[in-house]
Design a protein around this ligand. Structure first.
Ligand code: ATP
Ligand code: MG
Length: 380
């Protein structure tokens, strides 16, 4: 990764339900994390066959531009480089921050349409829903034994999500879903997770769980480690902000969906938070709202954000918003057209998911067998 073009996230306040104060989420990957992503890029280009990718999304709404620039583009790029890929539609995890998973089937289908529209190819990437893979979910039990309650409680992404949750009480699933995510990643022994910045603490936990499992259950003489310690791969936009200046999120009413119409996109961008200064600049730390829009235009146009800001100059927020709207709509037009075509054939969507679930089940059963053998829990 050469340049990191980031907009800063606004700190969030904790509600009464949060047991401890929510810290401001990290604003950017650390220097070490950026260096590691750059190293990984080189390794992937040299030997794509050494890698296996797991990524995924919660079916809580339509995928948005934060997904696109934070992880989706990387997923397709890696798939096209020949890296074997798994994509989980994380349906059980919808319930981390709400009582009922509303319109679940519709959101699952919507995610699948978004994947196909951006270029996920089901013959090369296995798309599955984790509620359909019992063997994957069973990994959660030994994994939970490998982490302490204190470790689960201090995860900054979980704290941020609690701060934004509308639930009166925090569920156990909220604290344990990062361990569940370790099962999502490790069931297929993925060693690479192209994801946004909010996933960094979860990846750290997955690495801890993999290491502790290997140490505890498969470290004797001649034993080979059961699990890899996966790396996170950041894009150049690992934290895109939404129209309210906070992390763009499906569930926070601040996102621009890939599937939005051109008019809806224009309306959302028109309502985005900016500031009173007329001259447009790219300064994520001091002008997060304006800089986030500049960044969005730059990403869509594949240009440098400073240059984009320079070109708008004294045009003010309205010129900036016009440019962003045009750039986003132009960039998304072919994706939106493909999505509409795929939506015509719902039987194919169901088949893709069924076949993905079958492939993922076979992989999960093999891994679970290995886990049970390592734990001495195979009796016949
Ligand atoms: P929700 O509000 O329901 O949690 P979300 O928008 O946060 O939805 P997720 O399904 O939780 O989306 O995240 C899916 C993937 O997209 C993760 O890899 C996450 O890091 C990435 N991602 C989500 N939002 C952003 C963003 N604003 N910028 C960059 N990457 C993002
Ligand atoms: Mg999220």
């Amino acid at each position: 990764m050469t340049t990191t073009v980031l907009a800063a996230a606004a700190p969030t306040a904790a509600p009464a339900a949060a047991p401890t104060l929510a810290p401001a989420p990290a604003l950017a990957p650390s220097a070490a994390e950026q260096l590691r992503s750059a190293e990984l890029e080189q390794l992937i280009h040299r030997q794509p066959g050494r890698f296996r990718v797991l990524t995924g999304d919660r079916p809580t709404g339509r995928l948005h531009l934060g997904h696109y620039f934070g992880t989706l583009q990387n997923r397709v790029r890696l798939q096209d480089l020949g890296v074997e890929s798994f994509v989980v539609i994380a349906d059980y995890q919808v319930l981390t921050d709400r009582d009922v998973a509303d319109r679940l089937a519709e959101h699952v289908e919507g995610l699948l349409l978004d994947y196909l529209a951006i270029g996920i190819d089901p013959s090369r990437s296995t798309v599955f829903t984790h509620s359909a893979i019992p063997a994957l979910n069973q990994l959660l039990l030994p994994f939970l034994s490998l982490v302490s309650v204190a470790e689960l409680g201090r995860n900054p992404t979980v704290k941020d999500e609690i701060a934004h949750s509308k639930q009166a009480a925090v569920s156990g699933l909220m604290y344990t879903y990062p361990a569940h995510q370790a099962a999502d990643i490790l069931f297929c022994k993925a060693n690479l997770v192209p994801a946004g910045l909010d996933q960094a603490p979860h990846l750290e936990l997955t690495r801890t769980i993999a290491r502790r499992f290997n140490d505890r259950f498969s470290s004797g003489p001649g034993a080979t480690p059961v699990f890899p310690e996966p790396d996170i791969l950041f894009s150049t936009a690992p934290l895109l902000l939404g129209t309210d200046g906070g992390k763009m999120s499906k569930s926070r009413g601040n996102s621009i969906a890939l599937a939005a119409t051109a008019e809806e996109t224009a309306r959302l961008i028109k309502g985005a938070t900016t500031d009173a200064e007329r001259r447009i600049s790219y300064d994520p730390e001091h002008r997060p709202g304006v800089s986030s829009l500049v960044l969005l235009a730059a990403l869509c146009l594949e240009a440098d954000p400073h240059q984009v800001a320079e070109e708008i100059g004294n045009g003010g927020a309205s010129a900036l918003k016009r440019l962003v709207t045009e750039a986003v709509n132009e960039r998304l037009a072919p994706i939106r057209a493909r999505r509409a075509e795929y939506a015509e054939d719902r039987a194919s969507l169901r088949r893709i998911l069924r076949e993905g679930n079958e492939r993922a089940t076979a992989v999960a059963e093999t891994t679970l067998r290995e886990v049970r053998e390592a734990m001495g829990a195979v009796y016949y």
